[in-house]
Design a protein around this ligand. Structure first.
Ligand SMILES: O=P(O)(O)OC[C@H]1O[C@](O)(CO)[C@@H](O)[C@@H]1O
Length: 462
């Protein structure tokens, strides 16, 4: 880092226990991500703009050149701000969520307002938000999704896995066994490379077998916590309700979204849910996160597919959306904000109340997990419910492959054992967790748990 500022508070250590992830710790993944990964992503956005030049000129006319130049210049400047560990600046354009972001940035303590000194979550979310603000404030490129090509490529190269899974999941009976398999397929799709390797079949017959996962049981050995039975029990308990809403807080488009759809379809077909509400992102986010338009092109890809099974599934999903059994919830800007979820009740009460209508909320992926746990290094054996810090609008499930140093709910000794055998276990995405907790009402009788009754809620959680 070429920081001109005094960098004596950057420490050459790994992230200490009981602290927030931050680029301040030079032996952490956060540091590497800010130092090398983010500049690479920003360069990739510039490259995408230029490789699309021709199309953009065709669509918007020569005038679009000016936008391309201004955006390129702004991204280059942002790269320099990052590498010099500059302070975050306020938003001054037409950003819909400008007031929320500026209030958040203004309230940050001064030492925590620069890229490497801030919490990693804040710095990273801020970078993605700044990136989009350049497009948002342009004349022609407000709706240009600079990550679209990558998301579409991800779906295209998963064609074999998609075809096999579409076949293998037709007419599955209602059982925990099948539900659990679908949940695990869904979990491992959060790690794209691992997932694709698992669909390497030796014979043609294997390709239509739901047990694909058992033939790669290796994957399940890397499942560190599996509470999918509790999710199933929760949905079974809700079955007498007239309405069973499942809130599905999506992560990535491409292959992961496809497996999300398989799980949604199963829940709807078997009365485990009467409606699934998808929560997606309002702006391009963490490269591959689902936005509303990603749902459209994914369905089109499936419906137009040459394989009858895949296209049949595509049409069925289209119908489920038309009948509002699957709905895309109007994207809340809270999902693309910098905050941990335990502040939702104070910052976005409407969203909190919405989630509290659901029988269960399923949070997908690593970033959601980081926000659930506040991007904080808990003891690895700490209970999931404790780490949520009172954020329990409803029954909660988190599924993610482990891509950063935030974790909880492991059995005693597991983290030490893994560190010994695989020093990269926390960032490689080769391990996964499926965690669940019931929403238990706080004894103070408030309808919704708030940060102020957090301590009481912890007391009455068990
Ligand atoms: O798609 P996911 O599972 O949310 O992963 C995103 C993760 O990738 C990272 O960018 C790390 O590579 C993290 O910041 C983030 O937690």
């Amino acid at each position: 880092m070429r920081t001109s500022a005094n960098n004596s508070d950057l420490l050459d250590v790994a992230t200490p226990r009981h602290s927030l992830l931050s680029g301040r710790f030079k032996q952490s993944f956060a540091y590497v991500a800010l130092q090398a990964r983010m500049p690479g992503i920003m360069q990739q956005v510039i490259n995408t703009l230029h490789s699309n030049e021709h199309e953009l000129v065709k669509k918007h006319g020569e005038e679009v050149w000016k936008d391309i130049q201004v955006i390129t210049h702004n991204i280059e400047r942002l790269k320099r701000e990052l590498s010099n560990d500059r302070r975050f600046t306020l938003f001054h354009g037409n950003e819909v969520d400008k007031a929320e972001w500026n209030a958040f940035l203004s309230e940050l303590p001064h030492p925590k307002r620069s890229y490497f000194r801030a919490s990693w979550l804040h710095a990273e979310c801020y970078l993605y938000r700044r990136l989009y603000s350049f497009f948002e404030n342009s004349k022609h490129l407000r709706n240009f999704d600079y990550f679209l090509d990558l998301k579409q490529e991800d779906l295209r190269i998963s064609e074999l896995a998609i075809t096999c899974l579409a076949k293998a999941t037709r007419n599955l009976s209602k059982s925990f066994d099948n539900f659990g398999k679908l949940v695990r397929i869904n979990l491992w799709s959060n790690h794209f490379d691992i997932q694709l390797n698992s669909y390497y079949f030796s014979t043609l017959e294997d390709r239509s077998d739901i047990n694909v996962l058992t033939s790669v049981a290796d994957l399940d050995k890397r499942l560190l916590v599996d509470e999918s039975l509790l999710v199933w029990n929760c949905l079974m308990k809700a079955k007498s309700n007239k309405e069973i809403i499942v809130d599905y807080i999506c992560d990535n488009a491409g292959f992961e979204l496809f497996t999300d759809f398989l799980l949604m379809e199963y829940m709807l077909d078997h009365g485990l849910a009467t409606q699934v509400r998808m929560h997606v992102k309002a702006i391009p986010w963490y490269i591959s996160d689902v936005m509303p338009h990603d749902v459209e092109w994914t369905l089109k890809y499936l419906m137009d597919h040459k394989d009858e099974c895949v296209s049949g599934l595509g049409w069925k999903l289209k119908r489920l959306l038309a009948e509002q059994r699957i709905v895309i919830s109007p994207p809340s800007y809270f999902w693309t904000g910098p905050q941990a979820y335990f502040v939702m009740v104070d910052c976005s009460i409407g969203l909190y109340k919405l989630l509290s209508q659901a029988a269960v909320a399923i949070f997908k992926g690593d970033l959601n997990y980081r926000k659930l746990l506040g991007d904080y290094i808990w003891d690895s054996t700490e209970e999931f419910i404790t780490c949520l810090r009172g954020f329990r609008p409803t029954n909660m499930c988190a599924m993610r492959t482990v891509k950063c140093e935030v974790i909880c709910g492991l059995s005693e000794g597991t983290a030490d054992r893994l560190l010994h055998t695989d020093p990269n276990w926390m960032i490689s995405g080769t391990y996964g967790v499926i965690q669940y907790t019931d929403s238990l009402k706080c004894k103070c009788e408030c309808l919704h748990l708030t940060a102020s009754c957090m301590d009481k809620s912890l007391m009455c959680s068990k």
